[in-house]
Design a protein around this ligand. Structure first.
Ligand SMILES: Nc1nc2c(ncn2[C@@H]2O[C@H](COP(=O)(O)OP(=O)(O)OP(=O)(O)O)[C@@H](O)[C@H]2O)c(=O)[nH]1
Ligand SMILES: [Mg+2]
Length: 333
């Protein structure tokens, strides 16, 4: 008998976890001390700045750092939702409406690797600055913009992309796949000639109190926290839970698993075998030493996370629960 896809999905869903254990995680440790310093320095440079560009990851549009709006909120503000190539933006209008309700009226989605939509950034900044108080003082012809955001969302990539677009110049600031690449609030980097505009690159800053463990895990999944602080296997488990919960089953095909599964140990085992990431371990038995082949679980977890982060498992919108007005923590009894 052949089962319909709907029946298969229903059967699979029944076996999937309804929630992820959130207790006992020390989210406070995920906020390193240098970030507090960075934020202070940013506040210090604020008077030199005409506008703030807050860069954030489009896959977690609502899990932003509230501190940016609270401490830097006096200046005109543009939200750049970057990595749009990795985000599921089917509900883009709803996302924009939700952000507008939070007071964020100026939003641009970008891909700073392929320079998509980056051309919209400077005209929007000019519009915002033009309608602000500073413009009417008519002092300087040049504009200075501070780029803020949590780690690893593409702040430095945006600066480099703007330079490619408007100056036909190469890299001015270092980019990297890990959080914490930019460490200091840097000197001004020119990104445009007409209008003359300079950008200040800044280090990524997480909120000292991440509002919930769930938000912390989503931030970590997008690479804004160093993986080892959360634990690669925990993170891989949260990824599996999230993908199954949203029925994003691209990982099944990517790793040739045959079927979806909600048990991380068994998924990582099969991933390790497929990637030949196994290790020989000596086991002492009563009759002597025996070499046993074991799956390399940490290596499989790293590959699973890497595949997700580079978009190989398909686009995602990790904050879609918030779009529908419910969170996992609310659902718990
Ligand atoms: N897929 C994709 N990757 C991007 C995009 N923008 C940046 N990246 C990648 O994201 C990683 C982080 O980029 P950075 O520009 O260093 O991020 P940052 O916000 O300056 O990071 P910190 O300085 O560590 O806070 C790099 O590997 C970039 O290549 C994008 O639009 N799409
Ligand atoms: Mg940077």
């Amino acid at each position: 008998m052949r089962l319909s896809p709907r029946t298969l999905c229903a059967a699979a869903r029944a076996a999937w976890r309804e929630s992820f254990p959130l207790e006992g995680r020390d989210v406070a440790r995920w906020f390193p001390g240098h970030m507090a310093k960075g934020l202070k320095k940013m506040q210090g440079s604020l008077r030199l700045v005409d506008c703030i560009i807050e860069v954030h990851d489009a896959r977690i549009s609502f899990s932003r750092n509230p501190l940016f709006q609270e401490t830097l909120g006096l200046k005109p503000h543009l939200l750049v939702l970057n990595k749009m190539d990795l985000a599921d933006l089917k509900e883009q209008q709803k996302i924009l409406q939700h952000l507008e309700r939070e007071g964020l009226k100026h939003v641009v989605f970008t891909n700073c690797v392929k320079d998509e939509n980056v051309k919209q950034v400077i005209p929007t900044v000019m519009e915002l600055v033009g309608s602000s108080y500073r413009y009417h003082r008519g002092e300087h012809a040049e504009h200075c913009v501070m780029v803020t955001g949590v780690p690893n969302v593409g702040k430095s990539s945006l600066i480099n992309s703007l330079r490619r677009q408007h100056l036909r110049k190469g890299k001015a600031t270092r980019v990297g796949g890990e959080p914490g690449i930019t460490r200091a609030v840097m000197s001004r980097i020119q990104v445009c000639e007409r209008p003359l505009m300079f950008l200040l690159d800044t280090p990524g800053v997480l909120a000292p109190r991440i509002p919930s463990v769930e938000t912390g895990l989503k931030l970590a999944l997008c690479g804004t926290v160093l993986d080892h602080l959360v634990g690669e296997e925990t993170l891989a488990d949260y990824l599996l839970y999230t993908l199954n919960r949203h029925q994003l089953l691209g990982y099944v095909q990517h790793y040739g698993l045959g079927e979806a599964c909600d048990d991380i140990a068994s998924v990582l085992k099969r991933v390790a075998v497929k990637l030949r990431k196994t290790q020989k371990v000596k086991v002492l038995t009563g009759t002597g030493n025996v070499n046993v082949i074991q799956p390399d679980y940490p290596a499989a977890a790293r590959d699973f996370l890497r595949a997700f982060r580079s978009g190989l498992l398909g686009p995602v919108m990790l904050d879609c629960d918030l779009l529908q007005g419910r969170s996992m923590e609310e659902e718990e009894p």
